[in-house]
Design a binder for this molecule. Structure first.
Ligand code: C2E
Ligand code: CA
Ligand code: CA
Length: 831
């Protein structure tokens, strides 16, 4: 191939204007080659050389430029392509190959050529071709293929199908994935425009079609979710992203992706269902549930929690849980769980309700805490029950006061702490309470106890400890109490008990109380001993006539504390055995002739102590009653009195009256006993009288009534003793067949000054005239009283002013003499 560039002259049969061709070739960037098969010389144009950065003159004429510059990998293929054409197998040469640029880089060219001249046999003689630089195009191709590859990979990874819809042709193109989603063969294909519509779920069809149409007119992509029904009936959820791609002058395309989101939808739905279930559950349970983030800010609260805090669920969200829990001293107690991630139990008090609140950390799978859950259980009823039990253990159910247990504890505690404090113990015992209970019923008794508890409570100084020890016994503990304030308080307490109004059919005065006071001076004393001393003093008060108070005195009880009553009984038993029990008698005189001896006496018991001193009945009768020995004592006295003097009584014109305790009166064998003793001692029953108190009578109403009837039938006198000191039910008087009442000394002693007492006695007199019984006034201590009683027409009287109790023996002996003298005088007169 020898062809200087100026010598390249195409065949003039084709081209006339060489310059024009040159310029055209250069402008088109085409390199031309011209191969003469006969000479086997190929000429390359100047433009071909400049395409590769050379000038034609850079090469020797003999150089085979093709072989010199073609890429070794492409050479074979290029030659082959030429050979096939020369062999008549192809219409033209068309191949792509690389040529080396002068810089060293490869230039892609498209080589196209064809035989343009043949010999007479038709064998090719000359081939001309052009080579176009397609490097850039090649680069674009490579880039495009890379993008496509990436795109394909992304779609595969995302399980996304792509499709497009040719609006004008009403045809769709679905890729394999799209086909798969619709349940078709997994081969990309063109499908009819109506196919897609056919798959739409009937419920979603209208909306989906509308959105697709909308996507056509929108600039931005449209995302939509809908359901399709596959041919086998399976429903799938799909998500599509569609975008309109307009083409000039045509209706354009709608291109899009499609993704099967059935699993996502189902998972979301399952999650939602689960969430709803949790919410319903949390909404339905009574436990309050609150969850917080790590900072303690509430991010969930159920309705119970809202109720618990009296806040809206909305208002709870975002609030700090600690400020809520700790607000207003709500935490009552904390019970810490195990150390470490402690689940603390806290007892909360909110609006009078109690909750056990437990905190548990919310941990993720890595064990890190990202919040807390607080569950609070309403334990108000448990809590209250526990409080109630604790309360009940230390309180008296009826009065609400403290009980014995609480008092013992408080006393012990107070003694241990009272070093130089004067600690006073009041021991209260109600007088006549049993009678009230028995006569008016337990309900009335209960009412009275409650009223007393209330009435006394208001009198007590702050810090006083008031307890009901049981039955009708109370105790009060008062710190820093001197003797005078103790006296004042005791007086007020007695007044308060007396003023308690009894709702039952009981008239007049009333309940009373006896109070024993012990002021602790020795802090080493045992609590039980201290209480026993107050009890001891209470007995003293009772013995001294009830409705009063007494201080404990060492001399009163030079015996081991707490044992005094028992010791008294022991003494009494010994006294009976040793015949140290003495019978005294006190006359009951006619107030018309108060100076004259009478025909009636009351027997009063006395005890001669070992030291020779005389002890009054107050020193042993309460103990005898307490230890059930009163009946034995009374019978002993009756037997002794009648045994010694019964046969003489008629002769000396004396009726002897015996006091009967409740235990004596309530024994149904009492009357047979009296008859037997009377018979044995030859005592006419008419010479015997009995004194019973209402307290005793109402404690066994029927038995007492029977006894009284029997006694009355046989001519015995039956007096109601201490009238006015107890309940004094006039109604009861009407039903009880007594023959005499003895007005309690308390009314008599003040008769001169007290208009009320006079009025009471007057009304008793009125009653006595109506019901027909005698009246005896007790405790007459002076002449003025006698005069007043005479004005009131009281017929009989008893008292130190008229006659002081003396030994029965003395009285009888004197009386025998008197009677004898009187008879003598009478006989003298008569004679
Ligand atoms: P009572 O039945 O009310 O007896 C009257 C009490 O008043 C007697 O006290 C008597 O000594 C006292 N008394 C009489 N006149 C006066 C007076 O003018 N001024 C004062 N200050 N007192 C006067 P006593 O003997 O200490 O008896 C107290 C109570 O003991 C009696 O009260 C009676 O309930 C009971 N009692 C006495 N002997 C017996 C008995 O043998 N059996 C029973 N069960 N009880 C008895
Ligand atoms: Ca009496
Ligand atoms: Ca009396």
């Amino acid at each position: 191939m020898s062809n200087p560039d100026t010598s390249f002259v195409p065949d003039t049969s084709f081209v006339n204007d060489t310059d024009r061709w040159h310029r055209a070739l250069e402008a088109a960037g085409l390199g031309v080659w011209d191969w003469n098969l006969k000479t086997n010389v190929c000429i390359y144009s100047e433009t071909w050389c400049s395409m590769l950065g050379y000038r034609r003159s850079d090469f020797a004429e003999t150089d085979d430029l093709f072989l010199l510059l073609v890429h070794p990998e492409d050479r074979e293929m290029a030659i082959e392509s030429g050979d096939r054409h020369l062999a008549g197998k192809t219409d033209s040469i068309e191949t792509e190959l690389r040529l080396q640029h002068r810089d060293g880089h490869w230039v892609w060219v498209l080589d196209r050529g064809a035989v343009i001249e043949r010999d007479e046999n038709g064998a090719p003689v000359r081939v001309i071709g052009v080579q176009t630089d397609i490097t850039q195009q090649k680069q674009v191709e490579r880039d495009t293929s890379l993008v496509n590859e990436r795109f394909r990979l992304a779609l595969t990874a995302a399980d996304i199908g792509i499709w497009h819809f040719d609006v004008a042709r009403e045809r769709s193109f679905w890729d394999a994935k799209t086909c798969e989603i619709f349940g078709l063969d997994t081969v990309s294909k063109e499908i009819g425009g109506h196919t897609w519509h056919r798959f739409l779920h009937p419920d979603d069809r209208l909306e989906t079609e509308k959105k697709h149409l909308l996507a056509l007119s929108e600039k931005d992509e449209v995302k939509l979710r809908y359901r399709i029904v596959r041919e086998d009936g399976e429903v799938r959820h799909v998500e599509t992203l569609a975008k309109s791609v307009p083409t000039q002058g045509e209706a354009g395309y709608l291109v899009g992706t499609i993704r099967d989101v059935t699993r996502v939808v189902e998972a979301a739905r399952a999650l939602q269902t689960e969430k709803e279930r949790y919410e319903i559950t949390l909404g339905a349970i009574n436990d309050a549930v609150v969850s917080t983030d790590v900072d303690g800010l509430i991010n969930f609260a159920n309705p119970s929690a809202a109720r618990m805090f009296s806040l809206d669920e909305k208002d709870l969200i975002g609030t700090n849980v600690h400020s809520i829990l700790q607000g207003n001293g709500r935490i009552k107690s904390v019970q810490s769980g195990k150390a470490g991630n402690s689940n603390d139990d806290v007892i909360l008090e909110i609006n009078e309700s109690y909750y056990r609140s437990r905190r548990s950390p919310i941990l993720n799978s890595a064990g890190e805490c990202f919040g807390q859950v607080y569950t609070s259980h309403d334990i108000t009823s448990d809590f209250n029950r526990r409080e109630q039990l604790a309360y009940a253990a230390h309180h008296d159910a009826l009065t609400g006061l403290h009980n014995r247990v609480a008092f013992d504890e408080a006393l012990e505690e107070a003694i241990s702490r009272a070093v130089d404090e004067r600690l006073a113990i009041f021991y209260l015992d109600l007088d006549h309470f049993k009678a009230l209970n028995d006569f008016a019923g337990h309900a009335a008794g209960d009412e009275a106890l409650k009223a007393i508890a209330e009435g006394v409570s208001v009198l007590l100084p702050e810090g006083a400890f008031f307890a009901r020890l049981g039955g009708d016994e109370f105790a009060i503990l008062i710190s820093d109490c001197d003797r005078s304030s103790a006296e004042k308080l005791a007086t007020e307490t007695i007044g308060s008990v007396r003023d308690v109004s009894l709702s039952c059919a009981v008239n007049g005065p009333r309940l009373g109380c006896s109070i024993g006071i012990f002021v602790i001076d020795d802090p080493s004393i045992a609590a039980s001993d201290a209480l026993a001393r107050a009890d001891d003093a209470c007995y003293a008060a009772k013995s001294a006539g009830k409705n009063r108070y007494a201080f404990f005195t060492e001399s009163r009880s030079a015996r081991p504390s707490g044992l005094s009553a028992a010791r008294e009984v022991a003494d009494l038993t010994e006294a009976l055995e040793e015949n140290r029990l003495l019978l005294f008698a006190q006359e009951i005189r006619s107030l018309h002739h108060p100076k004259e001896p009478c025909s009636r006496v009351e027997i009063l018991a006395r005890l001669r102590a070992r030291d020779g001193s005389i002890v009054g009945p107050g020193g042993f009768i309460p103990a005898a009653e307490r230890f059930g020995m009163a009946a034995m004592l009374d019978r002993w006295i009756i037997r002794k009195a009648l045994g010694e003097h019964g046969h003489r009584l008629e002769q000396v014109n004396l009726k002897v009256g015996f006091n009967l305790s409740a235990q004596t009166l309530c024994d149904p064998t009492l009357w047979p006993f009296i008859k037997e003793v009377a018979e044995e001692s030859s005592t006419p029953l008419s010479q015997i009288a009995f004194e019973i108190t209402e307290t005793a009578a109402v404690s066994c109403f029927e038995t007492a009534e029977l006894f009284v009837r029997s006694a009355r039938r046989h001519g015995c006198t039956v007096s109601l003793d201490d009238f006015g000191s107890g309940l004094s039910s006039f109604d009861y008087l009407r039903r009880f067949p007594i023959s005499c009442i003895k007005i309690d000394g308390a009314f008599v002693e003040k008769i001169v000054d007290s208009k009320i007492d006079r009025a009471i006695i007057a009304s008793v007199m009125e009653l006595s005239r109506n019901l027909g019984f005698d009246v005896v006034a007790e405790k007459i201590e002076n002449e003025k009283v006698v005069a007043r009683l005479q004005q009131l027409e009281v017929a009989y009287g008893q008292g130190f002013h008229l006659h002081k109790p003396e030994p029965l023996n003395d009285l009888i002996s004197r009386r025998s003499g008197y009677v004898a003298r009187h008879e003598t005088v009478a006989s003298v007169v008569c004679s």
